[in-house]
Design a protein around this ligand. Structure first.
Ligand code: CA2
Length: 151
């Protein structure tokens, strides 16, 4: 049986999760989130590739490679959410479903976090649900991909 494949992409500084700012991001590490996603993927019959980079060009290169390799993308672009037209353009160039995730409720935080360049290129956005947001994103992705396969 071949599983639908999903790239789970994480942007800058998310490798520091669990080391600082627990009031905003909780105490789980990125490895904990990778495990959470791995367990959800198994349950949902998805195959996932979980990656993080602090470099904008690396995230864009992975997105370009994903154009022909994966069925969907879950992305937490971190601070690039609020600055990167380049990541938004790379996502727009991919004709695959995209779900944007933020651990914190960015709308309750500083004004500069209220705008996302990425959201216009996303099919869905999950904000402020903590690390569970990644699981919700994978559940939504599985539903979208199942619906497409049934067509
Ligand atoms: O809430 C989210 O998931 C964010 O994407 C996280 C980004 C932030 O820039 C976005 O506005 C919202 C920050 C990720 C960095 O997280 C750190 C965790 C611990 C210590 C330092 C940074």
């Amino acid at each position: 049986m071949s599983f639908a494949s999903v790239l789970v992409l994480n942007g800058p500084n998310l490798n520091l999760l669990g080391t600082r700012e627990p009031a905003i991001y909780g105490s789980e590490t990125l490895d904990d989130i990778a495990k959470l996603c791995g367990d959800a993927a198994e349950r949902l019959n998805l195959s996932i590739d979980f990656c993080q980079s602090n470099a904008e060009h690396q995230l864009i290169d992975w997105l370009h490679a994903a154009r022909t390799k994966v069925d969907g993308i879950v992305i937490n672009p971190a601070a690039y959410t609020h600055t990167s037209v380049a990541i938004a353009d790379a996502l727009s160039a991919i004709e695959k479903p995209v779900i944007e995730v933020h651990i914190s409720n960015v709308h309750r935080r500083e004004a500069f976090r209220h705008h996302s360049y990425v959201s216009a290129a996303a099919d869905g956005v999950i904000v402020g649900c903590g690390t569970q947001g990644y699981v919700l994103a994978l559940e939504r992705m599985a539903a979208i991909l199942e619906h497409r396969a049934a067509k």
